[in-house]
Design a binder for this molecule. Sequence first.
Ligand code: ADP
Ligand code: MG
Length: 364
Amino acid sequence: SAAHLAAPLSPGATIGIVGGGQLGRMLAGAAARLGLKTAVLDPDPACPAAQLANRIIAAAYDDASALEALCGACEVVTYEFENVPVEAMRAVGAQRPVYPPVEALEVAQDRVTEKAFLNGIGIATAAWRAVDEPAELAHALLDLSGDCILKTRRLGYDGKGQAALKAGAPIEGVFESLGAVPAILEKRVAFEREVSVIAARALDGTVEAYDLAENEHRVGILRRSTVPARAGADIAAQAGEIAGRILARLNYVGVIGVEFFLTREGALLVNEIAPRVHNSGHWTEAACAVSQFEQHIRAVAGWPLGRTTRHSDCVMENLIGEEVLKAFAILSEPDAVLTLYGKGEARQGRKMGHVTRLTGPAPR
Ligand code: ADP
Ligand code: MG
């Protein structure tokens, strides 16, 4: 059975973070500002979060003695990415509260489970079919008809593990090109735009959501988030209601990111959910009094959530690979808030940092 937090953490207490990438790093920074400590588990002792955490446990995510050490070092455990093994987190959960709950991790790390969960609670998604074997692909394509995208069920991120399938084009070798692993076929949504909401749920069930961000991707990687999104108040309310339904159903504690397609007909479809802080919420650090990182730390510490009010309009841009070379010029820009992740090598496609440009006061 899963452990639960009996009382709010005291300042000076330690939060365990599984995963030491940039999200773990920014969580560690937010925790430190609130007088909380962090212990990070990551296979790489030089991971971005190691530079800010109080303690780094360098080991594989399923290393039993490392998980034991993590539990011994902290009072509550959270995670910064959804590909942590569920069994490992369940073992941790018997000793320490794990927030967001392991069920959220389980739902989000498999695209078929995720879509079945969403549809099961009345939330619309792109039409989809599970494709476990190559022979099922042709039938699924006929079923969905039109342009589709084949995605691996697990371990995809930043557009990796996906293949576009044009209507009628040959499918020979496509399943194999993704590694011949269980997959999902999704109908390609002709969306007007992509938007996302960052929401949080506290231990007492209180929910807060930030304003919608409008997201642009390039080759599957988030390029830019603009706030406010071009979407009416009705769409924003609908997105908030959908996020709230997901949070309640998962008995969630912490921050969640929900990605949507807004169709030309004005329908809102959920693309995917991320049981963690999310790249499309980085703008909150520059344009809100309480960032998504602080909000997540507050939630998992059993503390009250902060207000999600936005004081500025803004545009967040990722610095990917060589784009990090722009960082120095950005330092001279007024109203630009620069964040670098402390990664050594600017490999192609690697998220190195981001900048949020404040573009004016938010209307009151
Ligand atoms: P990842 O886990 O890599 O973020 P996503 O499923 O969010 O995977 O896909 C990345 C991007 O690819 C989306 O933000 C969107 O731009 C595009 N995409 C994914 N699925 C669809 C779809 N069914 N229809 C249209 N575009 C899609
Ligand atoms: Mg995505």
